[in-house]
Write a protein of this length. Structure first.
Length: 507
C-alpha cells in the first residue's frame, strides 16, 4: 500500500507551537535539524519539467517530487558538490537511472541555496502508536522565509491521515499549496523554468508582420545571450547547440519572412549571422563525435576498439583548441558590437520597415508556410532510390526552414493541429538528419584515414586503420538503412491527412 504525502503552507498566525495548538498527542521523532539545502537542475530545468527536484543536504543527495514533497528514491551519499556533474557520475541505481532519462547530456547546475530548519513529529493514537508523521519546515534566505507542514500517512492508518488533514484545514492554520517549490525558489532569487530553447511565443493575432517578426527575433536574441556564459564555462555541450540553433533560426526568419524589415538591414545582419554561425561549426562537430565515442567503440569487435584511442585523443585535443577559439569569438569586440547593434535595431525597427510591414502577420504566416510546404513536397517527390545524396541534404534544409516557420507562428493556429504538423515534420527531419549525420561522420573518419594516419607512428597505423575502416563500413551500412526508410517517412509526411491539414490552415 502506497503512503500519501501532502505539503501545506502555514499561515503567519499558525505560530511556532503548531502541534500543541492542534491539541495532538505526539512524540518528537526527530530532533530539530538545521542545514543548508542546495537545489540542482540543468540550465533548461529538465528535472523541474518532470516534476522533480534534486537536493543535496550535506553529503545526502535525493530526488523529491515537487507536487507532494515525497521522495521517489532512497537517498545516496556523495561527498562532492553536484555542480557540473552528469548522470553517469552517480553510483548505479534507481536515482542514476532517473537522472539518465531526464538529463541526457546536460550537466547539473546549482540553481538555489536555502537554509532549512526541520522538526519531525509522530502523531499518536490512543494506543500510543504513530498514525501520521508531520514535518514542520522553516525555509529561509536573506529575502524572507516560508513555513510548511508536510503530512505523511502511515500504512494501515490512512483514515487518521484524512482526519488530521480536515482538522488543521478547519482550524485555518494552513492552506494547500501546489507552488511550495516555486515559493522556495523565489525566496532564493530564481524562477524555475525561466529558460527554454523552445520558442514558446504567444504572438498577438492582430500584430503586423513587422511587429510579430521583431518579437520572434527578440526572443532568439535573448536565447543567444543566455547561452554565452555556459559556452565560456564549458558546463555542457548544449549551450553551444542552443546558441547555434538561435543563430540559424534568426537567419531563417530574416530570409523567409520577407518584406517586413528594411532590405539593407536584413542583408547586413544575414551576412553577420552567417559568419557567426560558421565560427561555431567545428566545435559542434567535435562535440557530436565525442558524445558518440562509446557508440562508435561498441560498433567494433573488442579487439579493434583500442584502434580508436588515437582518433579520440586527437579529437579531444582539437576540441580544447576549438573551444578556446569559440570563447575568443564571443568575447571579441566584433561579436559584442553585433549583438548590441542587433538589439538596438530590433528596438527601433518599428520606425521603418519593408513594403509588407503593416500586413497582418497571420496573413504572411499562411503565405510563407504554404509556399515552403509545397517546395518540400516537390523536392521530396523527386527523390527516388538512385537520386544523388545531395538531394536529401537539400530537402533536409528545406524541412528545417519549414519547421522554423511552423514554430515561429504556432500561436496563431490551433495548438492540437500545429502539434500534429510539427510531429509529422519531426519524423521526416529525424530520418534526413540521421542520414546527414552519418555522412558527416564518415567524411571525418575518411579525412583522418587519408591525412592524419599516414603521419602517425608506424606501430599505431595498422590497428588504427583497421578500426577506422571497420567503423566507416558500419556507418555506411547504417546510412543505407536510413535511406531505405526515407520513402516511408516521406510518404507519411506527404499523406492526404497532412496535406489536407496544411491546406485547411494555410492556403
Amino acid at each position: 500500500m502506497i503512503t500519501r504525502s501532502e505539503t501545506y503552507v502555514l499561515r503567519e498566525s499558525a505560530g511556532p507551537d503548531l502541534i500543541e495548538t492542534l491539541g495532538l498527542e505526539y512524540s518528537k521523532s526527530l530532533p530539530e535539524k538545521e542545514e543548508i539545502i542546495q537545489y540542482y537542475d540543468t540550465f533548461d530545468w529538465r528535472l523541474y519539467q518532470k516534476g522533480l527536484a534534486l537536493i543535496q543536504a550535506g553529503n545526502a543527495v535525493y530526488l523529491q517530487r515537487i507536487s507532494d514533497g515525497a521522495y521517489p528514491h532512497d537517498q545516496i551519499e556523495m561527498k562532492q558538490h553536484l555542480e557540473g556533474r552528469f548522470w553517469w557520475m552517480f553510483p548505479e541505481g534507481e536515482l542514476r537511472d532517473t537522472l539518465r532519462s531526464a538529463l541526457s547530456v546536460r550537466a547539473l547546475l546549482l540553481q538555489a541555496q536555502v537554509r532549512q530548519r526541520v522538526c519531525g513529529f509522530g502523531i499518536l493514537n490512543a494506543d500510543e502508536k504513530t498514525v501520521v508523521r508531520l514535518f514542520l519546515t522553516h525555509t529561509s534566505t536573506e529575502n524572507g522565509r516560508v513555513a510548511t507542514l508536510t503530512c505523511r500517512s502511515v500504512r494501515g492508518y490512512e483514515r487518521d491521515f484524512e482526519n488530521l488533514r480536515r482538522r488543521f484545514m478547519k482550524l485555518d492554520v494552513a492552506h494547500a499549496a501546489e507552488d511550495v517549490f516555486e515559493r522556495v525558489m523565489n525566496l532564493a532569487g530564481c524562477v524555475p523554468g525561466d529558460y527554454s530553447s523552445k520558442l514558446n511565443l504567444d504572438l498577438n493575432r492582430e500584430a503586423s508582420g513587422r511587429e510579430a517578426t521583431c518579437e520572434i527575433l527578440k526572443c532568439l536574441h535573448g536565447v543567444m545571450r543566455q547561452n554565452e556564459s555556459g559556452i565560456r564555462a564549458d558546463w555542457d555541450t548544449e549551450f553551444l547547440h542552443d546558441f547555434r540553433v538561435a543563430i540559424r533560426r534568426t537567419r531563417s526568419a530574416l530570409s523567409q519572412i520577407k518584406g517586413v524589415l528594411p532590405e539593407d538591414a536584413v542583408e547586413h545582419f544575414k551576412d553577420q549571422f552567417r559568419q557567426l554561425g560558421r565560427s561555431t561549426n567545428r566545435l559542434r562537430d567535435l562535440d557530436v563525435y565525442l558524445l558518440d565515442e562509446e557508440t562508435y567503440r561498441a560498433m567494433l569487435p573488442r579487439s579493434l576498439q583500442p584502434g580508436l584511442d588515437a582518433v579520440f585523443s586527437r579529437l579531444k585535443s582539437e576540441r580544447r583548441r576549438a573551444l578556446n577559439d569559440m570563447v575568443e569569438v564571443i568575447e571579441a569586440p566584433e561579436y559584442l558590437g553585433l549583438v548590441d547593434s542587433w538589439a538596438a535595431f530590433l528596438q527601433g525597427a518599428q520606425a521603418r520597415g519593408g513594403k509588407d510591414a503593416a500586413v497582418p502577420a497571420i496573413v504572411l504566416a499562411r503565405k510563407f508556410i504554404f509556399k515552403r510546404f509545397k517546395q518540400v513536397l516537390k523536392r521530396g517527390k523527386a527523390i527516388a532510390d538512385h537520386t544523388p545524396d545531395e538531394a536529401l541534404h537539400d530537402l533536409r534544409i528545406d524541412c528545417k526552414k519549414l519547421r522554423y516557420l511552423l514554430e515561429f507562428f504556432a500561436s496563431f493556429f490551433p495548438k492540437d493541429k500545429m502539434d500534429k504538423l510539427i510531429g509529422y515534420m519531426k519524423k521526416l527531419q529525424d530520418n534526413l538528419g540521421d542520414f546527414n549525420d552519418l555522412s558527416v561522420q564518415q567524411g571525418e573518419l575518411t579525412t583522418y584515414l587519408n591525412e592524419v594516419l599516414p603521419r602517425s607512428r608506424r606501430a599505431d597505423r595498422l590497428l588504427c586503420a583497421a578500426a577506422i575502416g571497420g567503423l566507416i563500413a558500419r556507418l555506411h551500412d547504417q546510412q543505407q538503412g536510413v535511406r531505405r526508410k526515407f520513402a516511408s517517412a516521406f510518404a507519411t509526411f506527404s499523406g492526404k491527412k497532412n496535406v489536407r491539414l496544411y491546406r485547411d490552415l494555410f492556403r
